[in-house]
Write a protein that binds this ligand. Structure first.
Ligand SMILES: [Zn+2]
Length: 659
């Protein structure tokens, strides 16, 4: 009983502390909903205080970024040293942004985008790439000379499950302590206890946001045309599930507001976003009613199920949800192992998702691109690898590729969603998409009769000022989009769809390959949503009108989701903090200084154990809070995919590293 009392006391104290934080976070998110200049000063002041609180709460964690920030934050001490440099950085970035906006077509490699990052800083807790990787010869991709395999990944881990399920990643020994404690706490809280057991989660709104009304002047599509790059007239029912070779590319750009795309990357007819929008159908979507954190949102995009089903709450990766909720990769690989699935990403969480489940992406095709110079430069490398794979794709091979870019989200965290750096990142992403679309055009010209389907999306938006970034329910944070350029469909080029949701993406992809749809998908194939297509006279204006129509959820859901985000952020920040400290200690160990290095090694061990206990415990508490607020409360109606007959059910780590 003492344990239960202590636990309840701990939860109560944490609740009081976090409740205050949640209220503050919600207030900040609410204040962020406006974008008028008149309110800007007030919001900035409020956020400055809020950001300071976050810093203190995270005990000096390496970043002042918001709750949706990834662990990469711990690898870059930009916030700690940013204040003094930020003004200068902003000037540099502003100049670059202006240059990009004025001439967004010409792609020039950045060499000076330090933003607030420290040049040459090595990721804390990350083994130096040069030391940790070996060259993988003979890779089919043209960039084989830059693709390497981590030493750790080339040899099976001694305790792969332990390492894989430890939210802190590669801390096997101490991770076991935290894992055991986390499970104990979770089990304790989940133990049936008579009348105390029934838990009624907060009712959350239906996953599908309210559709915006058709803009004035919009026309319902009734006629087909053959405009655009498509070679066939229009999609028909018989094309859905076509057994011919299928080629699908999903492009993900993290934390990207459609409003910024429209403002800064639409008017140039050669911009990548514009090209996709003019060759496809665009929906201004919203994920209101769902957590605006990257992990849960990408899980929705890659499974077709919202977080009230998957139960994913933050960016501490856990492979467990992808067994009951198989990823699009799992579903395709299980349906037909001859389908080539591949991932190119510069956030390991994405590679981890691709490597999870019973039928993961093959390690050689699960490409992680190491940070290099700046996030925009790193995105460029992701796109280089993506294009190389497109070029190497055989027309006869069915292929699904996911190409993920992160620079926009990183710029939003470091500088705010209304900063010139954010605009520069949006423009850079647009240039990258233009390069990809050029490669696809060239591929289609070289392979007559074969086309690609291209989908572009984001996981959430961003608050306008630097601070929390995202994680709450303000319209700027819940804003999303889906651009859908369907193979063979030229009839709907340049139109808008009022019915798209981010949960439609996986159902769309499995349908295109002819794989069976799960009965518990929250979405449906985009290509079946024909009645919600409209033909605006001004697509840009119509999409902006749609964005403006999205608002907050009801106050109960707003608070519940805010509380969930705050609790889910605690273990995440702790994990980043521990990684930062131990990265610094490891540097001392590596220096091999007599006695000092030995002491640092001991300190690292202790910090790791204590950190893992704290991370594991707070993650377990966050899990309970998430359940109480409706996360992961809806069970699957379809069974898990049958286990592979001859394979061991272990998550496969990404093997390919691009440096
Ligand atoms: Zn994100």
């Amino acid at each position: 009983m003492k344990t239960v009392k202590d636990l309840c006391l701990g939860v109560a104290v944490a609740g009081m502390v976090v409740g205050a934080g949640s209220a503050l976070g919600c207030a900040v998110a609410f204040a962020d909903s406006g974008t008028s200049d008149a309110a800007a000063d007030t919001r900035s002041n409020a956020r400055a205080g809020a950001a300071a609180d976050v810093d203190r709460a995270s005990a000096g964690a390496a970043s002042a970024a918001g709750p949706g920030y990834r662990n990469r934050a711990a690898t870059r001490p930009e916030a700690a040293g940013a204040d003094g440099d930020r003004a200068a950085d902003r000037v540099d970035a502003s100049a670059r942004a202006a240059a990009r906006v004025s001439a967004p077509v010409s792609h020039t490699a950045d060499t000076g985008d330090s933003g607030a990052y420290v040049p040459g800083f090595r990721s804390a807790g990350t083994v130096p790439a040069a030391a940790a990787t070996t060259v993988l010869p003979g890779n089919a991709v043209d960039v084989a000379d830059r693709i390497t395999v981590p030493v750790a990944a080339s040899a099976p881990a001694a305790t792969p499950w332990l390492a894989a399920t430890n939210p802190a990643g590669n801390r096997a020994t101490a991770g076991g302590v935290a894992q055991a404690l986390a499970e104990a706490v979770a089990a304790l809280l989940a133990t049936p206890a008579g009348p105390l057991q029934p838990v009624t989660p907060f009712p959350l709104p239906a996953p599908t946001p309210v559709l915006p009304a058709a803009p004035a002047g919009a026309l319902t599509v009734t006629a087909a045309s053959t405009a655009g790059r498509s070679r066939s007239a229009s999609v028909t029912a018989s094309q859905i599930g076509d057994p011919d070779p299928t080629h699908v590319l999903l492009i993900g750009t993290d934390g990207t507001n459609l409003s910024k795309i429209l403002e800064y990357a639409y008017d140039d007819p050669n911009s990548g976003f514009r090209v996709v929008m003019e060759q496809g159908v665009t929906g201004a979507t919203s994920i209101v009613g769902h957590t605006t954190i990257s992990g849960p949102s990408w899980s929705t995009i890659l499974t077709g199920a919202w977080d009230n089903k998957t139960g994913v709450i933050n960016n501490l990766f856990n492979p467990a949800p992808y067994i009951p909720w198989p990823t699009v990769f799992n579903q395709l690989e299980y349906f037909d192992s001859t389908i080539d699935t591949a991932v190119f990403a510069n956030w390991k969480y994405i590679n981890d998702i691709a490597g999870a489940g019973s039928y993961p992406v093959a390690p050689a095709d699960n490409v992680f691109v190491e940070f290099s110079n700046s996030w925009e430069d790193t995105d460029d490398l992701v796109v280089d690898a993506t294009i190389a794979r497109i070029n190497a794709t055989q027309a006869s091979d069915s292929t699904f590729m996911f190409s993920y870019q992160v620079a926009v989200d990183e710029a939003g965290h470091a500088h705010g969603g209304d900063s010139p750096e954010y605009v520069a990142a949006v423009v850079n992403t647009s240039e990258n998409i233009a390069r990809i679309m050029d490669a696809i055009d060239a591929w289609e010209s070289a392979n007559p009769g074969q086309e690609w389907t291209v989908i572009v999306t984001t996981d959430h938006g961003h608050q306008q000022s630097v601070g929390f970034g995202h994680g709450f329910q303000s319209p700027n944070e819940t804003s999303s989009f889906v651009m859908f350029d369907l193979e063979g469909d030229g009839a709907n080029d340049g139109k808008q769809n009022l019915g798209y949701t981010n949960a439609d993406i996986t159902p769309t992809i499995v349908n295109l390959f002819g794989a069976p749809s799960r009965s518990d998908f929250d979405g449906v194939p985009l290509q079946t949503k024909v009645t919600s297509i409209v033909d605006p006279t001004d697509l840009k204006q119509a999409l902006n009108d749609a964005i403006d129509m999205y608002g907050y959820p009801n106050i109960g859901d707003d608070i519940a989701l805010g509380v969930r985000t705050v609790f889910a952020s605690i273990p995440y920040f702790l994990d980043g903090f521990v990684n930062t400290i131990n990265g610094q200690l490891q540097d001392i160990v590596d220096a091999d200084i007599f006695l000092v290095s030995a002491l640092a090694g001991v300190a690292e061990f202790v910090v790791q154990i204590v950190g893992d206990i704290l991370v594991g415990t707070t993650q377990a508490i966050a899990r309970v809070v998430a359940t109480l607020t409706g996360s992961g409360v809806i069970p699957p109606s379809d069974p898990p995919l049958p286990p592979p007959s001859s394979a061991v059910l272990l998550p496969v780590p990404p093997a390919a590293v691009l440096v």
